[in-house]
Design a protein around this ligand. Structure first.
Ligand code: NAD
Ligand code: ZN
Ligand code: ZN
Length: 336
């Protein structure tokens, strides 16, 4: 089978011919139909973060495919089922986080395309308990983008606890942000979309954003204040500067939800403002299997729109450049 492999954090990915993996006990073998390119895959391939993946590895955690073989003991799926392979490849199942509904905080988790090989390949094995069924009415291209970009932005909206009369500033209208605009609208909020690219802002408007701010042309903090300030800022832009701006745009009682993970990842927070304004800073990491099932349900019922373009796995390096340069409008998805 063909797989895109990271062999060196400073080199392009290699397309390699590999043996089709065998599903171990509790695993399914999945024949991939589509896998989205998340900005996280780029961080992984570049070794951007303190905890680095072990080389060589196959990225990809927006994998959608058909189960073609069951490992011993698998009862969750049948051959022929269409499933999603998400970032949460597996979790221990018995720690305090796993049993109280916060499985994405499990310290014993494995991550697809990071600590275990992911879905940038024609086949992948995955823990059957952590693959999520994809409703028949959702195309694999859309399902791929929903499997990380969807669930992560949905979860960010959930943890922010947004009330319908509140204003939400969405920083970064890429893969995650274009869906966040829609989830924030679904809970009734007024949405301000901030990006540095006019096409992405036009897209945000078409997806329901009430206001757009081009952070290259104006100071987003001032622009957002003029619009009444943000009760919630969602940070999806991959630069600490946008986090500072997202924080500084908050009204009293506001919440900053940190989602993007820029390599040079620190921000300086004024203690005085945080205290006086009663601000909250929240880290949000992907979403649970249940969150993903909810994201699929919303999409199946026609309440969200995925903006994604297909690419071939052979184009993986070019696709990564397109995301980094901002040429990719929202999500790029490898189709097999
Ligand atoms: P993306 O590249 O598709 O989107 C980023 C967007 O930010 C682009 O539209 C870009 O134009 C915009 N942008 C760049 N600079 C900006 C600025 N100064 N102000 C406003 N907008 C700006 O990336 P993505 O796939 O949506 O991922 C975004 C980030 O979220 C990445 O760091 C990724 O690793 C991270 N991520 C986190 C989680 C999590 O669970 N916390 C999950 C998935 C992705
Ligand atoms: Zn656990
Ligand atoms: Zn992702």
């Amino acid at each position: 089978m063909k797989a895109a492999v990271v062999t060196d954090f400073a080199a392009p990915l290699e397309i390699q011919e590999r043996d089709i993996p065998k599903p171990a006990r509790g695993q399914v073998l999945v024949r991939m139909e589509a896998c989205g390119l998340c900005h996280t895959d780029i961080h992984a391939a570049h070794g951007d973060w303190p905890a680095k993946p072990t080389l060589p590895f196959v990225p990809g955690h927006e994998g959608i495919g058909i189960v073609t073989e069951l490992g011993a003991g698998v009862t969750e799926h049948q051959v022929g089922d269409r499933v999603a392979i998400a970032w949460l490849g597996s979790a221990c199942g018995h720690c305090r986080y796993c049993i109280d509904g916060r499985e994405t905080l499990c310290q014993g988790q494995q991550n697809s395309g990071y600590s275990v090989d992911g879905a940038f390949a024609e086949f992948a094995v995955a823990d059957a308990r952590f693959t999520v069924a994809v409703p028949a009415s959702i195309e694999s291209l859309d399902a791929a983008a929903l499997t990380c970009a969807g669930v992560t932005s949905y979860k960010a909206v959930k943890v922010a606890g947004i009330a319908p009369a509140e204003t939400v500033a969405v920083f970064g209208i890429g893969g995650l942000g274009h869906l966040a605009v829609q989830y924030a609208r679904l809970v009734g909020a007024t949405v301000i979309a901030i990006d540095i690219d006019a096409d992405k802002l036009e897209l945000a408007t078409s997806l329901g954003a009430d206001h757009v701010v081009n952070a290259l042309e104006v100071d987003p903090i001032e622009a957002i204040r003029e619009l009444g300030g943000a009760d919630v800022s969602l940070a999806f832009a991959v630069t600490p500067k946008a986090f500072q701006q997202a924080f500084a745009s908050l009204n009293p009682g506001g919440r900053l939800v940190c989602v993007a993970m820029p390599p040079e990842g620190t921000m300086s927070i004024p203690i005085f403002d945080t205290v006086i304004k009663g601000l909250k800073i929240i880290g949000s990491i992907v979403g649970t299997r249940q969150d993903l099932a909810e994201v699929f349900e919303l999409h199946a019922s026609g309440r969200t729109r995925v903006v994604a373009e297909g690419r071939k796995l052979d184009e993986v390096n070019q696709a990564m450049s397109e995301v980094l340069s901002g040429e990719a409008l929202a999500r790029l998805v490898f189709e097999f």
